[in-house]
Design a protein around this ligand. Structure first.
Ligand code: NDP
Ligand code: PYR
Ligand code: MG
Length: 649
């Protein structure tokens, strides 16, 4: 396992895919191989060449040569280091302070090496490596390439009938061979995204207690109050750059899943790496457990969380505050904290409270807004009207709904120079009590108030569609099948090309299916959904539905923040990300009726988003990485983690 400056102590077993040391024990010196990452300055090159550094005495050579040329010369300077995302040595890059303090990484040999997900290569270990690392006899004689391993794993995964079985196979792989997991995911992203992410991750969270094998992230419960810094130190990695944290209260559209929401941070962070290139060891999944109000879970003998109803008020706020402070103390002010799937009664307040003191991002409010705005900007090519010409109606006025509404208004205001209040006038929302109108203002939650326009009260969506006559209908209610035949038909009767976005996840909660959207609109809808749908044939024509999911945005967005050393998130960065994503939609995509590019191109898309976000960070004076690289797209690409195997000596 990895141990910093503790090269003789190896952990006996990895507890999870990130190699938490459950126990540490001495292993025979002969079985220790040391990969020493010296305090190399930027001039160190790793372009395919081996680096070996003698550690003196019993600690023999080692290191890993790696095949991705990690230290790119961007703008005439070697733009690496500083604790950023770059996988400089094919290993983790050291944070700044470690550039002046030698540090070492110990890699267990033999049996332990095969149990270490960060270094295990399985049957891909070469003859030489098998000799040098005491692997003889522990592996069958055959040697296979990384590519063949991917082919075999895909073959195996396709044998499973149930998505949850595929999910579990992927999680097992992540804990067995991390680089194979990421190569598999990256090479087959369109097929595997629905497995590691929505919709399957929703089912995995619902059954997390039963399928739980090894912890995959950090659990911080009320029991840890007063010692969260200590708990953070139990995590084996120090150089954390992104934390995705949930309290499990609004997991997708499935409600309160308590501690079992952990599947969401784990899944989101695997996308940070696969789609955005943030190295895995810089990612920390966290679940804050303050209890659950889900009676079914409280009575489930396999439930893994605290068996109590949710703490609220001061008790909740204090735990969250301690967590936020501990994170900043441990990892510095440039660690990105992504809030995920909090209930809206906490989400908006947390974002407002920590937005000025921490680098925080709420994916459900901000990431969703940015991806939907991108789709709407792209849709202008298909429908011809500008953003300001549309009328928008949302079903659902929570985090996603009001977040999207506000970003659309901001973009309209920016494009047309009208005041924000005026830009909001063509945007309407319906919540569980009906259309949000001014007569309800007094009783509305604060995030709904800006949307309380003058209108008579209307109770249901069909009436609202008929009255508002929207050109764009967006579902963010978390309630499945609420875009009924009558709703879609009314949209189609009002618009030549109705834009219909059914964003709720997972698939069971989607406001309508792709088939319903195309059939009921007679093939005229421009449709996208939060969870993927297969292509649909209608009257001899094949329609390819797009996926409007924040997964398009957050990995590149986060990369942009990290690589620029941003200290705060600003709305202008969200707008920039939307524009960058919209610009990636090609004529070929438009010809298929798509308003998003395919996920198969996601690394390139993320690099462009990251660059645009970084540009804004520099413009706004929020970037701390100086000087600014001239070619930020190239820089973003050079920062990205590669799952290629290294050669061990
Ligand atoms: N595609 C994507 O990338 C994303 C999708 N989502 C999905 O969006 C959904 C909502 O998430 P989020 O906004 O965070 O959730 P919230 O709980 O914050 O908001 C839900 C909203 O829907 C309203 N609502 C609930 N039931 C009905 C109903 N029957 N009719 C009309 N309105 C209703 C609620 O009304 P009230 O306020 O009156 O209770 C509330 O305004 C989830 O399914 C989530 O998975 C979220 C983020 C990203
Ligand atoms: C996609 C997402 O973040 C959600 O459904 O909550
Ligand atoms: Mg979410």
């Amino acid at each position: 396992m990895l141990s910093l400056n503790r090269s003789c102590f190896l952990s006996s077993s990895g507890v999870n895919g990130s190699g938490i040391a459950a126990k540490r024990h001495r292993v025979p010196a002969a079985h220790v191989r040391v990969a020493c990452l010296r305090p190399m300055k930027a001039e160190a090159t790793t372009n395919g060449g081996d680096m070996s550094v003698a550690m003196g005495g019993a600690m023999k050579e080692i290191l890993l040569s790696h095949d991705n040329s990690a230290t790119a010369d961007v703008d005439g300077e070697l733009a690496t280091m500083n604790g950023d995302v770059k996988d400089v040595y094919g290993e983790d890059s050291p944070p700044e302070d470690q550039l002046v303090t030698p540090w070492s990484v110990s890699v267990a040999s033999g049996y332990s090496l095969l149990r270490d997900p960060h270094h295990n290569k399985g049957l891909a270990f070469s003859e030489k490596e098998r000799d040098a690392h005491y692997l003889r006899g522990l592996l069958p004689p055959t040697i296979v390439s990384h590519e063949l391993q991917v082919k075999k794993m895909m073959h195996n995964i396709r044998q499973y009938q149930l998505p949850l079985q595929k999910y579990m196979a992927m999680m097992d792989l992540q804990e067995m061979n991390e680089r194979l997991f990421y190569k598999l995911l990256m090479d087959n992203v369109e097929e595997l995204l629905p497995v590691v992410y929505t919709p399957t991750v929703g089912e995995a969270c619902q059954k997390y207690g039963s399928i739980f094998r090894r912890p995959q992230g950090l659990y911080i419960s009320l029991k840890e109050k007063g010692r969260i810094r200590e708990v953070l130190k139990n995590w084996p990695e120090r150089n954390i750059q992104v934390i995705v944290v949930t309290d499990g209260e609004r997991i997708l559209g499935l409600g309160d899943l308590g501690c079992q929401g952990m599947g969401i941070p784990v899944g989101k962070l695997s996308l940070y790496t696969a789609l955005g290139g943030v190295r895995p060891s810089a990612c920390l999944p966290v679940t804050i457990d303050v209890g659950t109000n889900n009676e079914k879970l409280l009575n489930d003998e396999f439930y893994i969380g605290l068996r109590q109803r949710r703490a609220t008020g001061q008790e909740y706020a204090e735990l969250l505050h301690e967590f936020m402070c501990a994170v900043k103390q441990n990892y510095g002010e440039r660690v990105l904290i992504q809030f995920e799937d909090f209930a809206n009664h906490n989400a908006f307040d947390l974002l407002a409270k920590y937005g000025t003191t921490h680098l925080v991002f709420n994916d459900d409010i901000q990431g969703t807004a940015s991806v939907v705005l991108a789709g709407l900007i792209a849709a202008q090519k298909l429908v011809g009207a500008s953003l300001a010409d549309h009328r928008y109606l949302f079903l659902g006025a929570g985090e996603a709904g009001t977040g999207i509404a506000e970003l659309i208004a901001l973009e309209i205001s920016k494009q047309t120079n009208v005041p924000l209040d005026l830009a909001r006038q063509n945007i309407w929302l319906v919540d569980s009590k009906g259309l949000i109108v001014s007569s309800r203002k007094e009783t509305l939650q604060h995030f709904k108030k800006p949307w309380a326009h003058e209108h008579k009260p209307l109770q249901n969506l069909v009436d609202a569609v008929k009255a508002i006559r929207p050109t764009v209908l967006i579902g963010t209610s978390g309630v499945g099948r609420t875009f009924t035949k009558e709703v879609v038909e009314t949209m189609a009767s009002l618009n030549e090309k109705p834009i219909i976005l059914a964003l709720s996840n997972p698939t069971s909660q989607s406001e309508c299916t792709a088939q319903e959207a195309y059939r009921w609109s007679e093939g005229r809808a421009i449709f996208a959904s939060g969870s993927p749908f297969s292509p649909v044939e209608y009257e001899g024509k094949v329609f390819v539905p797009g996926q409007a999911n924040n997964a398009y945005i957050f990995p590149g967005f986060g990369l942009g923040l990290i690589m620029s050393g941003a200290i705060h998130v600003h709305d202008a960065m969200l707008l920039a990300a939307s524009e960058a994503l919209a610009a990636q939609v090609t004529q070929e995509n438009f010809d298929k009726g798509l308003i998003y590019p395919p996920f198969s191109n996601i690394r390139k898309i993320s690099a462009n988003i990251a660059a645009s976000v970084a540009v804004k960070a520099y413009e706004l004076g929020l970037a701390t990485r100086l000087p600014q690289p001239v070619d930020l797209v190239k820089f973003a690409e050079s920062c990205m983690y590669s799952p290629a195997y290294r050669n061990y000596r």
